[in-house]
Design a binder for this molecule. Structure first.
Ligand code: HEC
Length: 202
């Protein structure tokens, strides 16, 4: 005979299977997933995550203006965003996405300024301490790639982010809703504070 508890579990299982039939791909579902050979799978739903900023024509080298304009948009998974608001820093399994888009001037009724158009590249920064020596790994998903190998630790990505980024190798100094939180919780990195002091911007 079926106990009440068993019957409840049984009905719950049927309900769950019915729901997963009608919602084939839950939004914000899987944030971080790897293939069996250790590649990261493209986080398909990042556009439904929390928006942090848009950079316009940002360049990290002096001089040398580029001949085309670009926007970049940064997103983070909602669970990590909530944790940041509470603690001023990122939890493990944080996934941040930098989406680079072409800036377009001519189109529809636009007379001046630029709006965003096609995707030029997508880069991802992942905190997974058990997997990466420096706790964080970078990935590149250019040309619509669905999986990416981790970018080697010797790449310039790691050097620049470690030396200049405000919170745990992420560029919180450019994310306007997060910078005041990091200041309040005193989670800004030593390197960033020294650099800001030297430049007189803190
Ligand atoms: C010379 C410095 C520099 C280098 C090199 C660099 N980045 Fe960044 N990165 C930045 C800055 C500045 C931002 C903030 C962008 C903004 O505000 O829109 C950023 C933001 C990001 C973000 C958003 C999350 C975060 O960590 O803040 C990702 C993802 C990212 N970069 C990936 C990469 C990858 C992949 C590489 C190497 C292929 C790379 N970066 C190399 C300076 C750098």
């Amino acid at each position: 005979m079926m106990t009440t508890a068993k019957a409840f579990v049984f009905v719950a299982m049927i309900l769950v299977s019915m729901i997963s039939d009608v919602v084939p791909d839950a939004p914000r579902g899987v944030v971080l997933e790897y293939t069996s050979d250790g590649q990261m799978k493209f986080p398909e739903h990042y556009r439904e995550w929390v928006y942090l900023t848009s950079g316009f024509d940002m360049s990290y080298n002096p001089g040398g203006a580029s001949d085309h304009h670009m926007f970049d948009n940064v997103f983070v998974n909602p669970e990590a965003y909530k944790a940041f608001v509470e603690t001023g820093t990122w939890p493990d399994k944080t996934v941040m996405v930098l989406e680079v888009r072409e800036a377009q001037g001519k189109g529809s009724i636009n007379q001046r300024g630029n709006f965003q158009s096609g995707v030029m590249g997508v880069e991802v920064h992942v905190r997974d301490a058990a997997r990466f020596a420096g706790k964080w790994g970078f990935f590149g998903f250019d040309d619509g790639k669905k999986t990416s190998e981790v970018i080697p630790q010797t790449a310039s990505c790691y050097a620049c982010h470690t030396a200049h980024a405000a919170v745990d190798t992420t560029f919180v100094q450019f994310y306007p809703t997060l910078l005041p939180i990091a200041k309040g919780k005193r989670t800004l990195s030593e390197a960033y504070l020294k650099e800001a002091e030297a430049k007189g911007t803190e």
